[in-house]
Design a binder for this molecule. Structure first.
Ligand code: ATP
Length: 217
């Protein structure tokens, strides 16, 4: 059986219990040795985040402190250019070698946008895609992505036996939390308690992030 490492990319604006619980659930279900949280620098598929890359990464760092199976991976910030997952996977693959099973985790919301990603058809030559069902999003039954999905979907044990190449769909019970919801609560001056780690809430309040009069950076 191969060693299994995963990466979960996102804007993490801010990181919340939905992301963290998902990563830990996948450690338990799949047996990942480590899940790396990779904040993106300049996302190419969506609007620029209102909070700097460094601050978003700091919040991830604080959120995972003391949890040895989760790690903050700053490589996309250090690259300093637009974020393409294919570049991240190329780098990870170079570092890990060919004998490690590498998985890229994403929710259905992110998966539905896959055909708009840079060199998206190359992703499976570098890693597996682990797609977790996110409430409110579902895959269409036909079209380019549906066809790609049908051709490449495999059972969970594909992650044990090959280093890359399969799409695995998992239905994990996700916490219904989004960063959008958290930003809206803060902008309205309402509590975000229990939605994200206290250390991250403290960071947000210390730096005045997301409130209506907060500076954007
Ligand atoms: P926003 O509300 O700003 O779009 P988000 O909460 O969806 O943010 P992202 O940083 O965009 O968070 O998400 C990174 C990854 O984590 C994506 O693949 C997304 O599907 C997944 N994800 C986001 N929220 C959850 C959640 N509550 N449970 C599990 N996965 C999640």
């Amino acid at each position: 059986m191969l060693r299994k490492i995963a990466f979960l990319g996102g804007t993490f604006n801010p990181v919340h219990h939905g992301h963290l619980r998902l990563a830990l659930d996948l450690v338990n279900i799949v047996g990942f040795e480590q899940v790396r949280l990779v904040p993106c620098h300049l996302p190419t598929h969506r609007q620029q985040p209102s909070v700097s890359s460094d601050m978003r990464a700091s919040m991830v760092g604080q959120a995972i402190a003391g949890c040895h199976v989760l790690a903050l991976d700053r490589r996309e910030l250090e690259r300093g250019t637009a974020t393409y997952s294919v570049d991240t996977l190329l780098e990870l693959r170079r570092e890990l070698g060919d004998d490690v099973s590498l998985s890229m985790i994403m929710g259905t919301d992110a998966y539905l946008g896959l055909p708009r990603w840079h060199r998206w058809r190359e992703l499976l030559s570098l890693a597996h895609l682990v797609v977790v069902e996110r409430p409110g999003y579902s895959l269409a039954s036909h079209g380019e992505l549906a066809e790609y999905d049908r051709q490449n979907t495999a059972e969970l044990d594909a992650l044990d036996n090959a280093a890359y190449g399969s799409i695995v769909h998992l239905s994990v019970r996700l916490l219904d939390i989004s960063a959008t919801q958290i930003r809206a609560l803060i902008a309205r001056g309402q509590s975000t308690q229990y939605l994200l780690p206290e250390s991250v809430r403290h960071f947000i309040s210390k730096h005045g992030l997301y409130s209506a009069d907060a500076p954007t950076c």
